[in-house]
Design a protein around this ligand. Structure first.
Ligand SMILES: [Ca+2]
Ligand SMILES: [Ca+2]
Length: 247
């Protein structure tokens, strides 16, 4: 973000405002004043924004502090699958209108410890079916082995573009920022995914004997919703020319 303050209608970098202790005090005092009177300053643009007369030009720049109140919902289920056996998992999303969806995530984990030695690790593959979900959201597919720190696979769908949930500040218009943080009503409906097990097993001591015949899979759906909770607006006067005000 670039802070610019105009002095006598010439641009001056923010660095120029804080290059002496006295200037720092002025800037800190100004910011304190802005913090104390946000409602007053929020009303200022409608009063003096734009060109108000020949010889006197006043511009305003809004700096908004945005944060998110998040709510995480998870459901978890476990399923035991044989080799090449499939299972359809379903996650229904119906949320209140004032809440928006940040993202939806599906993770499938597993840990194959049925084999006497290495080399016969089970694995899992999966693909989503979002045909019953509002909005055009791309399906995902993937696979992973049932070992290591990130076993199985994880799919994540950002329903609100670039959503992280982190607070930040931005220069701009409040309405535009509220529009930007929107899920467009997408993501409601029935989220489905089909997972299929691949069981690997070493030869048994007796012909026809199966050492490892199945695996347990833990399926976790995560829904992160949010509400835009705080937008504080502070305005910096960009340019004040105190030349005579001609009407
Ligand atoms: Ca195995
Ligand atoms: Ca197994």
């Amino acid at each position: 973000m670039i802070y610019k303050v105009r002095k006598n209608c010439d641009y001056m970098d923010f660095q120029d405002l804080v290059d002496t202790p006295r200037k720092v005090k002025i800037v800190v005092g100004t910011i304190t004043l802005l913090l104390l009177f946000p409602i007053y300053f929020a009303s200022v643009p409608s009063l003096i924004n734009g060109e108000v007369g020949e010889g006197r030009v006043v511009g305003l720049s809004g700096i908004l502090s945005i944060s998110f109140e998040e709510n995480e919902t998870t459901i978890t289920e476990s399923i035991l699958l044989d080799d090449e056996e499939s299972y359809e998992t379903i996650f229904d999303i119906n949320i209140e209108n004032d809440k928006k969806i940040g993202y939806v995530q599906l993770s499938v984990t597993c840990f194959d410890n049925d084999d006497p030695g290495p080399g016969f690790t089970d694995s899992v593959e999966g693909s989503s079916d979002l045909s019953s979900v509002d909005g055009e959201i791309d399906d995902q597919s993937g696979d992973g082995e049932c070992s290591g720190g990130d076993s199985g696979f994880t799919f994540r769908w950002d329903i609100t573009e670039n959503y992280t949930g982190d607070s930040y500040s931005e220069e701009g218009n409040e309405d535009e920022i509220r529009d930007k943080w929107s899920d467009q009503g997408h993501g409601r409906g029935s989220w489905k995914a089909m997972i299929t097990a691949q069981i690997n097993s070493p030869p048994g001591p007796v012909i026809g004997d199966i050492v490892d015949s199945d695996e347990e899979f833990v399926i976790t759906w995560t829904l992160m919703t949010y509400e835009l909770t705080k937008i504080y607006a502070y305005y910096i006067i960009e340019c004040i020319n105190l030349a005579p005000f001609n009407i």
